[in-house]
Ligand binder design. Structure first.
Ligand code: HEM
Length: 284
């Protein structure tokens, strides 16, 4: 008779939980803790971005000085260009709905306690994301800059992903396939967050290099910006796929993921601090 080896399957339930699954539980706990920290830091950074959009753009528009927008985006406001001005202004309104709505959408307590708020905010978030993406596409391709062609391709692919993810997230929710819905909604959250990742990624890069590196600040073009135009959403989306797999993985995989996500959170926090200090707070 082969010697009997105690495994999770041969033990009583209480022992099985206590013995081989303890490392897995520790891995799961570490991963959940780091993911929660990532979320708190990301939401705080996105709310700062939303606050900047309201205080800078809305305040100057309400004060009758929309030309102040041009200090940030050249040609954002052009007297007489009604269509262009409306497209830019509506882009900002929907961008605000996306940033603020996305943060709210991921709060677990709202999902469980007020599902109707989650549903309505979800509709607003997805619709605003789609409209912001379409407006963004119009803005990019109505005034293309040849030296930024690769960047235009990068942000346009992000816009296409936003449209696809929004459709799939809403379709899964309607079909009550909540597990599938959660995955597409998380992908949508990261895809619409691409422009925010771009800003914090660029500022972190500039601070780390103590100045512009890998691109020409005058033409706002160069290899680093071409790379960032894709990395702004492909890197977060790749990390999400690893995270979703790690949730079902072994303790070792979960700890490795917790470590990687922790490092990404530190970089993200540095990028938020840099973007806040350089781009947003001086204009608030
Ligand atoms: C869906 C999430 C999006 C948000 C939250 C967002 C947010 C913003 C904000 C706040 C600005 C004003 C510039 C600033 O103050 O930083 C802006 C400008 C702009 N956005 Fe978006 N945007 C989004 C999506 C897109 C997409 C998908 C595209 C392109 C396909 C796009 C193209 C542009 C363009 C061309 C400008 C003018 C400034 C520039 O040339 O960078 N946006 N956006």
């Amino acid at each position: 008779m082969p010697p009997s080896v105690a495994t999770a399957d041969t033990l009583e339930p209480a022992e099985a939980v206590a013995m081989p699954q303890a490392p897995a539980r520790a891995g799961g706990r570490a991963l959940r803790g780091v993911a929660a920290t990532w979320w708190v830091v990301a939401v705080a950074g996105q709310l700062l971005f939303a606050f900047y959009i309201v205080t800078f753009y809305a305040r100057s528009a309400l004060a009758g000085r929309p030309e102040a927008w041009n200090a940030v985006v050249k040609g954002a406001y052009a007297p007489g260009d009604t269509v262009g001005n409306l497209v830019f202004a509506s882009h900002l309104v929907f961008a605000l709905a996306v940033v603020a709505g996305g943060a709210l959408q991921l709060v677990p307590r709202i999902r469980s306690r007020w599902p109707a708020v989650h549903r309505w905010n979800g509709r607003v978030f997805a619709t605003a994301g789609v409209i912001a993406a379409l407006g963004g596409l119009f803005m990019v391709w109505s005034h293309p800059k040849p030296e930024q062609f690769v960047q235009h391709l990068g942000i346009s692919l992000d816009a296409v992903l936003i449209l696809v993810f929004a459709f799939l997230a809403v379709r899964a929710a309607r079909a009550r396939r909540y597990d599938v819905h959660r995955r597409w909604a998380l992908r949508l959250f990261l895809a619409v967050g691409g422009v925010w990742f771009f800003r914090i990624g660029l500022m972190a890069w500039i601070v780390a290099n103590q100045g512009p590196a890998g691109f020409d600040p005058k033409t706002f073009s160069g290899p680093f910006l071409s790379f960032l135009a894709f990395a702004q959403y492909l890197v977060p989306l790749a990390l999400l796929e690893l995270y979703l797999r790690a949730q079902r993985g072994s303790a070792r995989v979960q700890l490795a993921m917790a470590f990687g996500l922790g490092a990404a959170t530190l970089v993200m926090a540095g990028g938020i601090a840099a973007a806040g200090a350089i781009l947003w707070l001086p204009r608030i």
